[in-house]
Ligand binder design. Structure first.
Ligand code: ADP
Length: 486
């Protein structure tokens, strides 16, 4: 992997604790593999729980000084970090593809997307406004200050190894928090590369630590039990989110949670079908279906169902499955054999309950790597597993529906509420459906909704809090009410 990089120093394999690159104090290491080939690409330090505690203590010590910097001073350092990320976009993309599998063009896209959160929040650092409120008595003045929460700790998944960290670190650091990150043990290299660039950008020692530990549960416990940590921010499954929320309750810790989704993608009979197909492809197959905002259930109205299925099939047939580092690849491998098994289980369950496979469902052809062909099934019904459970893979089930009220009820019939999408032209239908969908995000005539400019987040069991936009800063700040008698 090193030989593919213009700047080999970006391939860091030690833990980044308070500005120092260190091995595990127990000497423990683990191997990172490439999901397209199954070969080992790096051996990474596995820091101990004591080192997690140390990173938190150093973050606590560094945070007050960092918070005393002006917003403009913090902005300048964050802006340098953004510039360095963009300067090294190719290398960061290569590292990302090698450990995660997504095609290189998509990986570079993630680097630009991830960097955009650092750019945006660098700008926001200068715009943390308080408030004055008219007094309740003649001699009273009411002032509201915004202050950083303190030390924020993050736990992030493997599907966006760069952007899931920056969308948290950006607002946290901009607000004046210190930040301790624990990336997924499947994709630590992208996180550590961010550490190399943060260091070069001049982020002060202690303000940022990156702990590539394999002990997710122990680190989660430490984050929740250590009194110096004031904020936990997590992206991952709803199940792990529940565990962390329970643990965080002991300290009444502030939590942001970006959890699972079960996104409906609705095609009404007045939709532009070609646009709907293009949107469905981006929405369903980006990152090979491994995003929490990927379409999981595709509902198509009766009158256009067959036409949509045929067009979708024709488009998906053209997609090339392969190693993400090879040119022309549209779909990389899945992350693991467990991920493959889940998609296959959903396909088998649907077939047993009467669905028809119109594309895919052929066995993996590659000798190494976690590859699976994209699959489309028609005749999907609500008793099938994918109706309630996120597939997280390249399986597109098409459900048939008759009218608006029916599809709104079907779409909302889930414990999740992250992203939803629909294609329609009729203006009153657009308003009605956008209002009726019980989701934190609604894409209308588009399959791509992620941007640093907008508040991303879910309702129901999809999470708490928002990431991106000026709202994203609020999650890392406390409000202090100062009552002054004059
Ligand atoms: P995914 O299905 O996306 O892997 P998970 O919720 O299992 O979702 O994982 C998200 C992140 O949470 C990963 O970094 C994983 O290592 C971590 N994780 C898993 N179990 C726990 C736990 N008990 N406490 C804290 N973090 C955990």
């Amino acid at each position: 992997l090193k030989s593919l990089l213009k700047d080999p120093e970006l391939l860091a394999t030690q833990a980044y604790i308070a500005g120092e690159w260190v091995d595990s104090d127990t000497g423990a290491t683990y191997e990172v593999t490439n999901p397209a080939r199954g070969d080992i690409i790096a051996t990474v330090a596995d820091p101990s729980r004591a080192q997690v505690t140390e990173a938190i203590a150093k973050a606590e010590a560094a945070q007050k000084e960092w918070a005393s910097w002006t917003g403009k001073e913090r902005a300048a350092v964050l802006r340098r970090w953004f510039d360095l990320m963009m300067e090294h976009q190719d290398d960061l993309g290569t590292i990302l593809t090698a450990e995660q599998g997504k095609p290189l063009a998509e990986a570079k896209g993630e680097i630009a997307y991830g960097a955009s959160f650092i750019e945006f929040f660098a700008e926001e650092a200068k715009r943390v406004y308080g408030e004055t409120i008219p007094g309740h008595q003649r001699d009273k003045r009411i002032m509201v200050m915004k202050q950083p929460i303190g030390v924020a700790a993050s736990i992030t998944p493997w599907n966006f190894p760069n952007a899931m960290i920056t969308r948290k670190a950006g607002p946290a650091l901009a607000a004046g928090c210190a930040f301790v990150a624990r990336p997924s043990e499947l994709t630590p290299l992208s996180a550590l590369a961010l550490g190399v660039l943060a260091d070069r950008a001049g982020i002060p020692k202690g303000v940022l630590s990156i702990l590539p530990t394999t002990d997710a549960a122990g680190t989660g416990q430490e984050f929740c039990e250590n009194h110096a940590v004031r904020k936990l921010t997590f992206t991952g499954s709803t199940n792990v989110g529940r565990i962390l929320l329970r643990q965080a309750a002991d300290q009444v810790m502030k939590c942001s949670m970006e959890l699972g989704g079960n996104a409906p993608f609705i095609v009404f009979d007045d939709a532009d079908l070609d646009e709907a197909v293009a949107g469905a492809i981006m929405c369903k197959f980006r990152n090979n279906g491994q995003t929490c905002v990927c379409a999981n259930r595709i509902y198509v109205q009766d009158g256009v169902y067959d036409a949509f299925a045929a067009k979708l099939k024709a488009a998906v047939e053209q997609m090339k499955v392969g190693d993400g580092l090879e040119a022309g690849t549209d779909l990389g491998p899945l992350i693991s054999d467990k991920a493959i098994a889940k998609v296959q289980e959903h396909i088998a369950d649907a077939k047993a309950k009467g669905a028809t496979v119109i594309l895919g469902d052929t066995d993996a052809t590659q000798e190494a790597g976690y590859f699976l062909p994209p699959t489309i099934v028609t005749g999907a019904t609500k008793d099938m597993q994918f109706a309630t459970d996120e597939t997280f893979g390249p399986l597109a089930p098409l459900f048939r529906f008759k009218d608006e009220d029916e599809v709104i009820e079907l779409a909302n019939d889930t414990i999740f509420g992250l992203a939803s999408y629909f294609y329609a032209k009729d203006l009153s239908r657009v308003y009605k459906v956008a209002e009726a969908l019980e989701y934190g995000i609604v894409g209308v005539n588009t399959g791509i909704i992620s941007t640093e400019m907008a508040p991303f987040g879910g309702v129901k069991q999809s999470g708490l809090g928002r990431e991106g936009s000026h709202h994203g800063m609020e999650d890392y700040m406390e409000m202090k009410y100062v009552c002054m008698s004059v």
